[in-house]
Design a binder for this molecule. Structure first.
Ligand SMILES: Nc1ncnc2c1ncn2[C@@H]1O[C@H](COP(=O)(O)OP(=O)(O)OP(=O)(O)O)[C@@H](O)[C@H]1O
Ligand SMILES: O=P(O)(O)OC[C@H]1O[C@H](OP(=O)(O)OP(=O)(O)O)[C@H](O)[C@@H]1O
Ligand SMILES: [Mg+2]
Length: 281
């Protein structure tokens, strides 16, 4: 039976379970459940702290796990990314009191608070900077105003928490993170692991694309197909009206409205966009 670790709390827990449900796996109904058996797919899910998941995957006690790239790097565990999952996007940044420009070199000799001590220590070493790293479990942004640290390194999503605490990010991002599917470095390639990866890849891909259907006069078909080339090539079907054709193509979700505007301007009619739930390419 495949053993898979899923975040039980925090920013990744909800989207990870939703994605697994979309991929056809059974997920917990009760927030406090720590395991769920999915006999139909021969999988057992373990609901663990996102920070602990790379440790379990790296030790080989679970076959696959979902966690953040930043957490995987910080763990130092021997794990590899099988698939980027497209949610839980954040950057990991240095930040210090607003009101002036900061550089990473200025952290030398300073106190730096973080929940990700290994990620930070590695980055400071790369910069040749020697700072005192103070490990905190959370709410790191408050540490400067409370006097525990001079600067911080933490997860930045919208940037709202930094602004609220009068901090400003500086330096290059230490990590561009998102949720990832992890396996142990050098572990055997089981068919069951491949199957879960393929199913999740199908959902990730489906979330990034939409299906577009439209009718267009054959006189503009070449121009319309240039706007919607699809992945391989668009499907073109005849309509009862011989001078018209129906076209179907996948388009990137982020561009769908622009593409619909362009098709409408060209003379396409009945331009319909619909969600794709999953796919195998
Ligand atoms: N505001 C956010 N926006 C986007 N991703 C985030 C945000 N906060 C955390 N993450 C990501 O979620 C992952 C785990 O962080 P999270 O804060 O959910 O776990 P935790 O700190 O262990 O749990 P908790 O905060 O509940 O104690 C990390 O990969 C992080 O990059
Ligand atoms: O840039 P923002 O959108 O404001 O989000 C960033 C904040 O979100 C996370 O905190 P979380 O809620 O996980 O609390 P924690 O600090 O206790 O981990 C992270 O640690 C930052 O504090
Ligand atoms: Mg957190």
């Amino acid at each position: 039976m495949l053993r898979v670790a899923v975040p039980n709390k925090g920013a990744l827990a909800g989207p990870a379970s939703e994605m697994l449900t979309e991929a056809g796996y059974r997920q917990r109904h009760e927030q406090r459940d720590l395991t769920v058996l999915d006999p139909a797919n021969d999988v057992e899910f373990f609901f663990l702290r996102p920070k602990d998941i790379p440790i379990y995957v790296g030790s080989g006690d679970v076959d696959l796990g979902i966690s953040g790239r930043d957490l995987a790097q910080d763990s130092g565990a021997p794990v590899e990314e099988r698939l980027a999952l497209g949610f839980g996007g954040s950057t990991f940044r240095y930040a210090a009191p607003a009101g002036r420009e900061w550089t990473v070199a200025e952290l030398d000799g300073k106190r730096l608070a973080t929940s990700y001590p290994r990620l930070v220590a590695d980055d400071l070493a790369r910069h040749g900077v020697s700072a005192e790293v103070i490990r905190l479990d959370g709410a790191v942004e408050i540490s400067v105003q409370l006097g525990v640290a001079d600067a911080i390194a933490d997860v930045v999503g919208s940037g709202r928490t930094l602004r609220q605490h009068n901090l400003v990010a500086f330096g290059d991002a230490i990590c561009e993170s998102e949720a990832v599917l992890l396996h142990r470095k050098g572990s055997d390639d089981l068919a069951a692991k491949d199957q879960m990866t393929a199913r999740l890849r199908g959902v990730v891909f489906a979330q990034q694309y939409m299906m577009l259907d439209y009718d267009c006069p054959k006189s503009i078909l070449d121009d319309a197909m240039a706007i919607t080339p699809g992945l391989e090539s668009p499907t073109v079907a005849p309509l009862a009206e011989p001078t018209w054709a129906a076209v179907r193509a996948m388009v990137p979700r982020g561009e769908v409205n622009l593409i619909m505007d362009r098709l409408a301007a060209l003379g396409a009619k009945a331009v319909l966009a619909s969600d794709i739930r999953s796919c195998r390419l």
